[in-house]
Design a protein around this ligand. Sequence first.
Ligand code: SF4
Length: 493
Amino acid sequence: MTHDEARFAGPIWHDPDDDHMHDECGIVGVFGHPEASTFAYLGLHALQHRGQESAGIVSHDGNVSFAHRAMGLVNENFGDPKVLKQLPGHAAIGQVRYSTAGGSRLKNAQPIAMDYTRGALALAHNGNFVNAFSMRAKLESEGSIFQSDSDTEVVAHLIAKGEGGPEERIVAALGQMRGAYSMVFLTENRLVAARDPRGWRPLILGQYEGAWIVASETCAFDLIGAEYLREIAPGEVLVIDKDGVRSSMPFPKAEPRLCVFEFVYFARPDSRIFNQDVHAIRQAFGRELAREHPADADLVMAVPDSGLPATIGFGHESGLPFDMGLIRSHYTGRTFIEPTQDIRLFGVRRKLNPNRAVLRGKRVVMVDDSIVRGNTMRKIMTMVREAGAKEIHVRISSPPVTWPCYYGIDTPTREELIGANKTPHEIAEFLGADSLGYLSIDGMKRVLNAHQAQAGHYCYACFNGDYPEPPDTENHRRQMHLFQANEANVEKG
Ligand code: SF4
């Protein structure tokens, strides 16, 4: 039986002045603690950067499962202790979501919870299946009725139609899917965690007072106070129950293709993923960028916050002093109110303000992690120039984004990616920069190899179009349609 208190908490917010690709989801699983749903809530709170559109937790007390899913931020939905009291049990899974596969609606919020012949099952997914639509069409032709647009629901149907116990069904269902998945499943007496054989998205195992915790990033453990144990390996399935953890590698082996953009932007800098400290890799990207694209300038500054670690690395390598040319407001929240007066650059100014005392008369190197469409960077450049900077040399700690991602990341269509349509020289002109330099793919690989991170095991498809698992045609078409629908929301902003 599922007690579902899903509700709608407000309109979807796409920030028109946020020019980043976005991770689709963050997931967490807890087994063996009476406060499992509270830990899931804390974990999701720490993973909020991986998805801000919806949040959900499903718990199980051994007899009954309980669910709460809603649009909006984790704290808005779970900050009230009364909500967590309605999610009792020793085990829970949770998800924060930013939609790409499936639109921005409550029916697509996760975890998905269902009852089938083998009892209750809940599942949450980070990633994107590249054959979801063809699998869905097949299931529909066989009589399945879908409740959402989410690619994850395909797995739920495959499990329901499968044979054997819950673990066998989960493995058999995932074995039919292609693409990126780090997933947690909750049955009546088990937590199952699975990562696809290429390992696109991270998934980590930890422990707290004898309870087991699984999460997308280690920052979720830090908030709970859990101990980091290890990375769940690409292709690994963990079954966690009262007897402990059992590991298996049931899928055909494939070359790992971990998402290098997790290091560029998606993961929190205080996390450890892919057996690396994110902050250290980000700083090293900045050092490599300074070697590849030095600049004659007075200071180096970041586009905060995401550009900060690479900026520190750039400063160390170049010897340029670091200064705070842009100040970020951390209290912007959401607003749907535009001032009646026409305030120039209002959207960007709400979040970032140029520090005139630092910029006046200076030649600055301005570092950011990536440029997707370029419109936001152009507005920032205008602000920095108007605040008195004499020269602005833009440095980007990743290569130009030239291809969309099919593995769980929200990217615009190729037509909208500035890196796919202009040369670096043209982009510098568009931005109004005195010079522009991107970190090269080879530079990234040098950094990864220097950290024993095996550069050959990473995905670089959004930079070079070399897709390890090409999407089915229908998957590609529908995903592009959804990107455009999300863009329409941005326009309405
Ligand atoms: S295409 Fe880019 S964003 Fe997507 S998984 Fe590969 S590296 Fe990550």
